[in-house]
Design a protein around this ligand. Structure first.
Ligand code: GAP
Length: 457
């Protein structure tokens, strides 16, 4: 498996991820996605949307605001409960999550099962120090909601929050969605968008950041007609199928873990995490929770608006919810880790991404950049592939070997070269990323090959 250093270095070298604001010295744990990173993110998002919304009759999409009415977060319980245990190094003033320090102190301890008072007691009993060896402050529960202020109202600014999860936009739009779409229970609403949390400890590259992107689904159902356990199981199966089947991730690198009673969020009756074996260990990739009718009931109570649903038999109810919620940036880091391959005995890196998500499906080059006829012919191949809807890159720099190496490092499955034989109507050379094998094909064969997404000839 690749190390984090290797992944971070490739990501920077090839333009997947840059540290943000680098010309000003950077901003801790904030990142920009470069040209191929933006393409990879977009492909992941598009596939998620296609699999979970476009292809299903029981799903609709949404794009709600980032700054919702502040009461949303009071009603949802996040103002009260979106907290992590915080402690500070009394010398360096670096802040740490107490559960992370305890975990590092005793790897055999199940910290997820500990309550906050138990963690505080453990820290006292074990005279826990910071990683720098200094005394720690008295731990406290710290709220992660990202505060901002809304304009000036009579000289005073009013507090608002950047959303801590995309889910609340779905709950607060529930009434509108039911009224304006021909949906009937069970049905789900999905959305992709940025969320923000004042995380205490960040790091591990894009794994945990303050600004991140979530792809969340709220799947509404009548608990008297649909059993929540079987629904949760079927969502677990769909999530795993997306990771292993659609994104092409190795099955051995994912596993399920159930949340302990103390670890579960305030709104959940049962939560499972699909963990991925990242270079820094098994960590949460994608969670699925049974949120009951907690959110809709809370919003009904706080807003005074009736959020019930009336089914075909005239039965009135507040639907319950199963919520599969994933971080798009974690999916991104997962596919980079999973695809990173170093050829034995050489420094050659190949990113064996599934063709479905590779930033480009095919690269086109003229054999020689200074032969006008070859450039023109290659340009026509490029245009015809783009016309057909493929994601195509163009490279006429350096020698062919360097172009292949650059394409391998960003995971392009096929490289096409237009050469002198192409000028004689003998098709183009196509090379496979994973085997290095080359073939001569005409444009129709090339089109079929790229569309088939089979990398091995
Ligand atoms: N609506 C439920 C919810 O937000 P969560 O487990 O806090 O649940 C869902 O977040 C997913 O969002 C996580 O499984 C993870 O993939 C991603 N995520 C959460 N916090 C993140 C952060 N600080 N940076 C990157 N991704 C994060």
């Amino acid at each position: 498996m690749a190390t984090m250093d290797e992944i971070v270095s490739l990501a920077k070298r090839r333009g997947f991820v840059y540290p943000t604001s680098e010309i000003y010295g950077g901003l801790a744990n904030a990142y920009d996605y470069g040209p191929v990173g933006a393409a990879l993110l977009r492909n992941i998002r598009n596939l998620w949307w296609r699999e979970f919304i476009d292809k299903r009759l029981d799903m609709v999409g949404l794009d709600s605001a980032i700054i919702l009415h502040p009461q949303t977060w009071v009603a949802s319980g996040h103002v009260e409960s979106l907290t992590d245990p915080l402690t500070e190094d009394l010398v360096t003033h670096k802040r740490y999550r107490l559960d992370h320090l305890i975990e590092a102190h005793d790897k055999n301890l199940d910290v997820s099962a500990m309550t906050f008072p138990q963690m505080v007691q453990y820290a006292k009993d074990n005279n826990l120090k910071s990683p720098e060896g200094n005394e720690l402050s008295e731990p406290k529960m710290f709220n992660l909601l990202f505060e901002t202020s809304l304009g000036a109202v009579s000289g005073e600014k009013s507090v608002a929050y950047l959303r801590g999860e995309t889910a609340q936009g779905i709950f607060s739009d529930f009434k509108n969605i039911v009224a304006t779409n021909r949906v009937k229970l069970p049905f789900g609403v999905g959305q992709i968008g940025k969320s923000f949390r004042n995380e205490i400890t960040l790091g591990q590259f894009v794994f945990r950041t303050m600004e991140f992107e979530q792809a969340e689904i709220e799947y509404f159902f009548d608990p008297e007609k649909t059993g929540w356990e079987s629904l949760l199981d079927s969502w677990k199966a769909d999530m795993e199928k997306f990771i292993v089947g659609t994104l092409g991730v190795k099955k051995d690198n994912v596993r399920w873990r159930r949340h302990t009673d103390t670890e579960r969020s305030h709104y959940s009756k049962d939560t499972w995490d699909l963990d991925y074996n990242f270079p820094f260990g098994w960590k949460e990739l994608w969670g699925v929770a049974y949120r009951t009718d907690y959110d809709l009931s809370a919003h009904q109570k706080h807003s005074g608006v009736d959020l019930s649903y009336v089914d075909g038999d005239g039965k009135k109810l507040i639907p319950h919810v199963i919520e599969p919620a994933v971080g798009v940036n974690r999916l991104f880091l997962m596919v980079l880790s999973d695809a990173f391959t170093k050829e034995e005995g050489s420094d050659r890196v190949v990113l064996r991404l599934s063709p479905a998500i590779a930033p480009y499906q095919v690269n086109v080059s003229p054999l020689l950049a200074n032969k006008e006829a070859l450039v023109e012919g290659a340009r026509k191949v490029f245009e015809s592939l783009v016309e057909k809807g493929f994601r195509v890159s163009w490279d006429d720099r350096g020698n062919i070997g360097k172009r292949y190496a650059a394409a391998d490092e960003i995971g392009t499955p096929y490289c096409v070269v237009y050469d002198f034989e192409s000028e004689e109507g003998k098709g183009v050379t196509v090379r496979s990323r994973d085997t290095g094998e080359q073939r001569r094909v005409n444009i129709d064969e090339l089109t079929q090959m790229v569309a088939s997404e089979k990398i091995n000839f």
